[in-house]
Structure formats: C-alpha cells, structure tokens
Design a protein around this ligand. Structure first.
Ligand code: FES
Length: 105
C-alpha cells in the first residue's frame, strides 16, 4: 500500500486525482469513507475527468466519464448508464489509519 494523503486534504463529497509513475487513480471522499479507482473508463480505457479533480457529475452523486458520459456509482464503481453499462471501474483497496489515507495501487 502507498500513502496517498491525509484524510483532511480530501474535500468531503468531492473527488481528487493522483498520478504516480505510470498510474493514474482518483478518490472520492464521503465523510469517513474514501473510495479509490483506477482512472480508466471501461469503455475505451481512457481517463475519466474533464478537468483536474473533476470526476463527479454536476450533482456530485455519481462518477462521470467526460468522454461519452458514462455514470458510475461512487460506492461500487458500477456503470449504471452509458456505453459501458453493466461494467465497473477497477476499485482499489483503501485503508484509513490515524487520519492517513493508504491505497493499494
Ligand atoms: S470513454 Fe468513458 S464513456 Fe466512452
């Protein structure tokens, strides 16, 4: 697992992207829970965001791919609408210890 950031650095009900050597991931915080996914849309395998750190729809209720508008649940990464309906984002295991967020990339 790698250290990502302090929990307090993540805005509640908002998303944030992170890049490592060859990996791009994003997280969404909901209170004391953090959901992490590989930043790759199951439709074409490209990154989802339309601007830095903007992975959610306008209501902030679903993850949205900016290219063709696929929508995914925040909690499971399951695609509920769009060209990859029924497929899922690749979820990453998250641990929160002492206010620090760790992710298994
Ligand atoms: S690339 Fe994401 S919906 Fe088409």
């Amino acid at each position: 697992m790698i250290f990502l950031c302090a929990l307090e650095e993540l805005t509640n009900y908002y998303s944030k992207g992170f890049s490592f050597d060859e990996e791009s991931i994003f997280v969404v915080r909901q209170n004391d829970k953090v959901y992490a996914y590989r930043n790759s849309c199951p439709h074409l395998g490209i990154q989802l965001e339309w601007q830095a750190d903007r992975f959610l729809d306008l209501e902030g209720e679903l993850i949205q791919c900016s290219t063709h508008g696929a929508l995914f649940t925040i909690q499971e990464g399951f695609c509920v609408s769009g060209p990859c309906s029924g497929q899922s984002l690749e979820a990453l295991k998250v641990d929160i210890r002492d206010g620090q967020v760790w992710v298994d990339v």
